[in-house]
Design a protein around this ligand. Structure first.
Ligand code: CMC
Length: 432
C-alpha cells in the first residue's frame, strides 16, 4: 500500500542544526516533504492551521488538481464517471480500487440492495425527534445509532466486519435520509423496494404516498444518480478528515460516519448548497445582481456556491451539475426558471469581475445543485442530507483505507501554545 518513495532530500537549517527531510512523491501532484521526524530531531513543530500545506495521510482514492480543475476517482475523471457510470459502480470503485466486472458488480449490487431495510425498532427512534427538527439533525443521530443496532460488524480489526459495515452504511443511508424527510413532512415512511435502482428507490422512499401510485421518471432518477456520483468523494476535506480523525481512535465506523455528517453540516462545507439557493432567492431578479455583488466586494457576505479551498479553477463537478440542472428543468419545473437566470447571470458577472478573478473564485458544485434539487421536489433542508447520503461511500472508503494502512496511528496534532506560562495558584481571598 505504501506508494511513497524517497527520491530526494530537503535540507532545513534550524538553529545550529541542519536537518535532512525526505521528499515523497505521489503518483501525480506536488512533492511532499516528510516532517515526521522533525520534532524528534529538532524539538520544533510545523505550524499549519487549516492544513493549507499539510498532507494528513497517504491515499489512493481521489486526486484533485485544483489549479487545472481536475477530479479523479481511482484515476477516472469525474465527468466520465458521471456521464457513463452509475453511483453503485462508483461505490464499488471507491471501496475496492477497480471498476467491477459484470459478476462482481451483480454481487455487490445484490449486497447493497439486500441491506436497505432498517431494524424494525430503529423506526421508533425517529419518533423521538421534534417534527420541526432539521433532517440533518435526524440523520446525524440516526447514523450514530446504527452502532447500537449492528453489533456484529463493529470490530474494526476484522476485515469481513469492516466490509459488512461499509455495505450496511451505503445501503441504509438512503432509507435513513428518506425517513428524515418523511418525518419532517408528517408522511408515513415508505419501505425500500429491492427491485428498483439505488437512486430510483431513494426517490420513491421520499416522494411516494399511500394515496396514489408513484411513477418513476427516468430523467430524474438518472439526475439523482449523477448528483450522487458528483458528491461521492472529495479527498481530505473537512468531513472526511473528521471521519479519519475519529476512526484513528479505533471507534466503530457508524460513529465515524456520524462525526463526518456533523462536520459536513456547516455552511462552509456541505451546508453551502442550502445557503446558495437561499442566496439566489434573496437576490430574486437579475437587476438586483450588481447591488448584491457590491455587497460581496464590501465583505458584507460571501457569494455562496463560489470559491473552494482546493479548486482555483472551475470545479469540474459544477460543470456536470450545470448540465444536470438544465436536464432536470426540461422535465420538471420551468426551463426558464427565474432562479436559473439569476444564477447564470451571477456566474457571468462574477467570472468577469476583478474581485473574483484575482482571488480565483469560481462556481463550485453547490452553485447549481440547489436549483436542481429544488426542481426535483426537495426542500432546502434536505440538500445537505443528500450530500451526506452520497458522501457516505467516500467516508467509509477513506475510513477503510486508513484502518488498512500499516502506518496508521491515532491522529494527534500539536499546537503553538500562546497561553500563560506556569504560574502559582492564588487563593480566592488573595485575588484582587
Ligand atoms: N465569496 C466572496 N469572497 C470569497 C468567497 C466567496 N464565496 N470565498 C473566498 N472569498 C475570498 C475571501 O474573502 C478571501 O479574500 P481576501 O484574500 O481578500 O481576504 C479570498 O477569497 C480567499 O478566501 P479564503 O477564505 O482564504 O478561502 P478558503 O480556502 O479558506 O475558503 C471556502 C474556501 C469554500 C470556505 C470559501 O470559498 C467559502 O466560504 N465559499 C462559500 C461557501 C461554499 O460555497 N462552500 C462550498 C464548498 S464546495 C462543497 C464542499 O466541498 O463542501
Amino acid at each position: 500500500m505504501d506508494k511513497m518513495t524517497d527520491t530526494a532530500i530537503a535540507t532545513l537549517h534550524y538553529g545550529d542544526k541542519s536537518l535532512q527531510l525526505p521528499i515523497l512523491k505521489g503518483t501525480v501532484g506536488p512533492d511532499v516533504i516528510d516532517v515526521r521526524k522533525l520534532y524528534a530531531e529538532s524539538d520544533a513543530f510545523t505550524f499549519d492551521p487549516g492544513f493549507t500545506s499539510t498532507a494528513s495521510c497517504q491515499s489512493a482514492l481521489t486526486y484533485i488538481d485544483g489549479d487545472a480543475g481536475i477530479l479523479l476517482h481511482r484515476g477516472y475523471p469525474i465527468d466520465e464517471l458521471a456521464n457513463n457510470s452509475s453511483f453503485l459502480e462508483v461505490c464499488y470503485l471507491l471501496l475496492n480500487g477497480e471498476l467491477p466486472n459484470a459478476a462482481d458488480f451483480a454481487k455487490f449490487e445484490g449486497n447493497i440492495t439486500n441491506h436497505t431495510m432498517l431494524h424494525d425498532q430503529f423506526d421508533r427512534f425517529f419518533q423521538g425527534f421534534r417534527r420541526d427538527a432539521h433532517p440533518m439533525a435526524i440523520v446525524l443521530g440516526a447514523v450514530g445509532a446504527l452502532s447500537a443496532f449492528y453489533h456484529d460488524s463493529l470490530d474494526t480489526s476484522d476485515e469481513h466486519q469492516r466490509m459488512v459495515s461499509a455495505h450496511r452504511l451505503i445501503a441504509k443511508i438512503p432509507t435513513i435520509a428518506a425517513r428524515a424527510y418523511k418525518y419532517s413532512v408528517g408522511q408515513p415512511f415508505v419501505s425500500p423496494r429491492n427491485d428498483l435502482g439505488y437512486a430510483e428507490n431513494f426517490l420513491r422512499m421520499c416522494f411516494a404516498v399511500p394515496a396514489e401510485d408513484w411513477k418513476p421518471n427516468p430523467t430524474l432518477s438518472k439526475a439523482m444518480d449523477k448528483i450522487f456520483i458528483l458528491h461521492a468523494d472529495h479527498e481530505q476535506n473537512a468531513s472526511t478528515s473528521t471521519v479519519r480523525m475519529a476512526g484513528s481512535t479505533g471507534v466503530n465506523p457508524f460513529a465515524c460516519i456520524a462525526a463526518g455528517i456533523a462536520a459536513l453540516w456547516g455552511p462552509a462545507h456541505g451546508g453551502a448548497n442550502e445557503e446558495a439557493l437561499n442566496m439566489l432567492k434573496e437576490i430574486g431578479t437579475v437587476d438586483k445582481i450588481p447591488e448584491f455583488v457590491q455587497g460581496v466586494k464590501d465583505r458584507k457576505y460571501k457569494l455562496m456556491g463560489f470559491g473552494h479551498r482546493v479548486y482555483k479553477n472551475y470545479d469540474p463537478r459544477a460543470k456536470v451539475m450545470q448540465e444536470t440542472c438544465h436536464q432536470v428543468l426540461a422535465v420538471v419545473g420551468d426551463p426558464d426558471e427565474p432562479l436559473l437566470q439569476v444564477a447564470q447571470e451571477l456566474e457571468r458577472i462574477a467570472l468577469s469581475d476583478e474581485y473574483f478573478i484575482s482571488r480565483k473564485l469560481y462556481p463550485n458544485v453547490d452553485f447549481y445543485s440547489g436549483i436542481t434539487l429544488s426542481a426535483m421536489g426537495f426542500p432546502p433542508e434536505m440538500f445537505t442530507v443528500l450530500f451526506a447520503l452520497a458522501r457516505t461511500v467516500g467516508w467509509v472508503s477513506q475510513w477503510k483505507e486508513m484502518i488498512e494502512d500499516p502506518q496508521q496511528k491515532i491522529n494527534r496534532p500539536r499546537q503553538l501554545y500562546t497561553g500563560p506560562a506556569k504560574r502559582p495558584y492564588v487563593p480566592l481571598d488573595k485575588r484582587g
